[in-house]
Every structure is written in structure tokens, then in C-alpha cells.
Design a protein around this ligand. Structure first.
Ligand code: SF4
Length: 334
């Protein structure tokens, strides 16, 4: 039952039938303490707890930590919490035997079966829904052994794919609108965590990407794609994906991105809308895609006209943030 997303764990929490107001009671303090600690660990990026953890408290503190993180209402914090919790779970998954690993995978409705020697066969659709978010070549379906619609995987591969599934599961929970009034005790803790988050601002760039769009700050690869699209030139699928995910990640609305593609010679509003909204996480798996990093763009020959700043970054979004700040600083100094 140690996995908070498992059927047993969710049924157990439901059966207890406690309400959010119950959290004010003294007997819930250890749960609140642990929930706060979980969020704090994610913010600081390190595990603070070295003592053995009580399974019951771990299970019960999970939904409470989700509430605390949601209440902080910051996308970066939410992403960080989902990543951190998913990574913690992967460590456990790697220690599991094949039978238990399959049990966990089945709680996400994966069509998976064990093969000999800690190997697995997973239906390619279940494989793709998570592997599609990984950039490394080894996750591309063409680089996998595929037999009768099943992908052959090692135990570590299954654990990594499950980590992605768990991350999405947590992100979805965090994005459900919080329509409840939090008790005072919880509000105080959320306030404390928000202060920690704002102190961590530099370390994990809580200060999200600038709100207003500045094309001058685009990295050369994006500038090239942007110009090609606005001139109506043909752009490859990965090029369109890169530009769309980049623009959505720096804050453009899906509608604004769709408008940009209207100059394409092969523009089809229905298909473009579907693709853009899918990348924005408004459809399908509800995953918001991040734009590819530099190494991926280099593999696809989309890294062009590199400049000096390019040598200092590994991601076009990092380039954009730095350049944006440099341009702003330049303007304010004039
Ligand atoms: S190094 Fe990165 S940011 Fe610069 S052009 Fe290449 S892909 Fe773009």
C-alpha cells in the first residue's frame, strides 16, 4: 500500500472519511508535519528525512501535500513537487520484484507482462504515452525491440516509464481547481512554504519566464523557425513541435500560436488547433510538453546560427530567459 496512487491506498484514505477541517485536530499534526516536509523537500531539492517513515503517515500526508502545493498556486512549484515525488517513487520501484512492479503498472491500466530474467513486454500504446516525453534516442520506438505490438523493456526502463506516469498523475491532481476553504493551520503552513519558495527563487528559477513576449530574446534556432513559419515556408514536424512548445512555455496562449501558423501554405485550422492544444496539455493525456533541449535540436539539425550565449546554455528557454534579462538591463541602463 506504500504507493499513494494505488487502488488500496486511495480506498483506504476514502474509507477514513476525514474532511479538510479535521486537519485542525491535534491527532492530525504528524500528517500535516510530514505533508509540509514533503513540499519543503521538493522546494529545496533534497531529502531531509533520514528516519524510517511510517507507511500510514506517508499515505495520508500525500493528499495533504497535494493540497498544500496546489494552494501555493505556482506552476513551477507544482512541477517541481511532481518531479520530486515521482523520483522518490522510482527509487522504490527499482527495488520491487517483477510481480509488484506489474501490480503498480496495472494500477495505471498498462498492458504489461513479465518475461524471463527481469524483462517485460509492454503494449506499444502504453509505452508511447510516456516515452514520447523523453528526448534520448534510446526511447524512440524505432530503437526498441517490438514484437506483436509489445515493446521489450528492462526493469529499469519500466521504473523510468512509471516515474513519468506518476509525474503526470501528480501534475493532474495539482491542476484540479482547489474549491475548498483551507483551515487556519493549513494556511499558515502554506504561507511558510511560499516564503521558502520565494527564497529559492534563483536556484530553480521560480521567477518564471517573462510575461511579455520579446522576439529579440529568441535564441537563433527559434528565430529561424519563427521566421520560416511567418514567411509561410515549409517546416518539419519536429520544427513545428519545437516552435509551438517553446512559445507555449514562454507564455503564449494556444490561440496566439494557432494564429502564427495561419501563414503556412498547408494551414488547416482543425489540425493545427488539435496539435497546439495537445502540446499545451489541453487535450489527450493532459500533459503540457516542454520544448526540446539543445542536444535534441542539434540531432535534428535545427540548431542553427549559434551565438556566444548558446555556448552557455543547454536549453533554448534558458537562452530566452537570460537574453530577456540582458535586454531589459541594457534598456534600463540607457
Ligand atoms: S545552442 Fe541551443 S539555443 Fe542556441 S541555437 Fe542551438 S539549440 Fe538554439
Amino acid at each position: 500500500m506504500k504507493y499513494p496512487f494505488s487502488k488500496e491506498a486511495t480506498e483506504y484514505v476514502k474509507a477514513l472519511g476525514f474532511s479538510i477541517q479535521d486537519l485542525e485536530k491535534e491527532e492530525f499534526k504528524p500528517i500535516l508535519d510530514r505533508a509540509e516536509e514533503r513540499v519543503k523537500e521538493a522546494l529545496l531539492g533534497k531529502r531531509e528525512v533520514r528516519r524510517p517513515l511510517r507507511e500510514e503517515i506517508e499515505i495520508l500526508s500525500f493528499p495533504v501535500s497535494i493540497i498544500m502545493t496546489s494552494a501555493m498556486n505556482n506552476q513551477v512549484v507544482k512541477r517541481r513537487f511532481a518531479d520530486f515525488e515521482a523520483k522518490r517513487i522510482t527509487e522504490w520501484l527499482k527495488e520491487e520484484n517483477c510481480e509488484n512492479l506489474i501490480k503498480v503498472a496495472k494500477s495505471f491500466n498498462w498492458r504489461i507482462r513479465a518475461l524471463r530474467g527481469e524483462n517485460f513486454a509492454l503494449h506499444f500504446v502504453d509505452y508511447l504515452k510516456n516515452a514520447v516525453n523523453f528526448n534520448e534516442a534510446k526511447w524512440k520506438l524505432v530503437n526498441r525491440v517490438l514484437s506483436n505490438g509489445e515493446v521489450r523493456l528492462s526493469k529499469n526502463d519500466v521504473a523510468r516509464l512509471l516515474e513519468e506516469e506518476v509525474r503526470k498523475y501528480i501534475e493532474n491532481k495539482l491542476n484540479v481547481k482547489l474549491d475548498i476553504e483551507l483551515p487556519e493551520t493549513l494556511n499558515e503552513r502554506v504561507e511558510k512554504l511560499t516564503q521558502i519558495a520565494s527564497k529559492e527563487v534563483k536556484r530553480f528559477k521560480l521567477e518564471e519566464t517573462p510575461k511579455e513576449l520579446n522576439q529579440e530574446a529568441f535564441p537563433p534556432c527559434i528565430k529561424n523557425l519563427y521566421q520560416s513559419v511567418t514567411k509561410g515556408l515549409r517546416v518539419s514536424h519536429i520544427g513545428r513541435f519545437t516552435l509551438t512548445s517553446f512559445l507555449l512555455n514562454i507564455g503564449l496562449k494556444p490561440e496566439e500560436v494557432i494564429k502564427l501558423f495561419t501563414s503556412s501554405s498547408d494551414f488547416n485550422e482543425r489540425i493545427t488547433r488539435y496539435q497546439v492544444e495537445h502540446i499545451a496539455g489541453a487535450r489527450g493525456s493532459k500533459t503540457r510538453y516542454t520544448s526540446p533541449k539543445c542536444s535534441t535540436l542539434q540531432t535534428h539539425r535545427l540548431c542553427v546560427n549559434k551565438d556566444e550565449l548558446c555556448n552557455k546554455v543547454r536549453h533554448p528557454i534558458t537562452y530566452y530567459r537570460i537574453k530577456y534579462r540582458m535586454l531589459r538591463k541594457g534598456k534600463s541602463e540607457k
